[in-house]
Design a protein around this ligand. Structure first.
Ligand code: GLN
Length: 203
């Protein structure tokens, strides 16, 4: 039982490093064959325009859509969230369009391209999460049964979940706090147990 990290562009290595630190076997996914035996997928931050272009070029759009619709857990961070959204404002091409959210690219404008904030995430429990935002998108709408998991102080939604799909406008792979990845791995373990596969391997 392995966890994939989409490795076409962006900060996939940082995600892979966190997963390895958590004792998970990581597969860098660049083509459909790489998805064999993979029980969950992380789509990293980067440039959503580039990632979607490469998804089409390497024939990954249809296989990934199918796996996600069948219930494979997926975590999209920043650009990865844009790629998963059914409606992505400011994206000039078709992404995976699997999650019922409306997102807006580069929503914070130039003056605060990047910032950090401690945000409460009740689903994680404990202390607020130190969230790093880099030219980040926001979530403008979440359709039920999907739900917001975190908001900024002004109410802007920056994390959401719809069943097996988890999206974050920020970058948990850039801080030492592994709670978000652990939360995702819980979804992967649950999905694996439901489909009778083995648990993600522990070192
Ligand atoms: N601005 C990027 C985009 O629209 C996302 C930035 C990021 O992933 N850090 O794709």
């Amino acid at each position: 039982m392995k966890v994939g990290v989409l490795a076409l562009q962006g900060d996939f290595q940082e995600h892979a490093a966190v997963l390895r630190r958590l004792g998970v076997e990581v597969v860098e996914v660049r083509q459909p064959e790489d998805m064999e035996g993979v029980g969950g997928l992380i789509i990293p931050g980067g440039e959503s325009t580039t990632i979607t272009r490469l998804l089409h070029r390497y024939g990954l759009v249809i296989p990934l859509r199918e796996r996600i619709r069948q219930g494979m857990p997926v975590l999209g961070t920043c650009a990865g969230m844009i790629v998963l959204a059914k409606e992505a404002r400011g994206l000039d091409r078709e992404g995976l369009e699997v999650m019922d959210i409306v997102v807006q690219r580069n929503a914070f404008g130039r003056q605060i391209d990047s910032f950090e904030a401690d945000i409460p995430i009740p689903a994680l429990g404990g202390d607020p999460f130190h969230a790093v935002f880099i030219r980040a998108p926001i979530i403008e709408e979440v359709q039920a049964p999907g739900e917001a998991l975190a908001t900024l102080e002004d109410g802007t939604v920056v994390a959401a979940r719809e069943g097996n799909m988890l999206v974050l406008a920020f970058h948990p792979e850039l801080t030492a706090d592994t709670r978000m990845h652990t939360y995702f791995l819980e979804l992967v373990r649950t999905a694996a147990a439901e489909t009778g596969l083995k648990e993600p391997s522990k070192k």
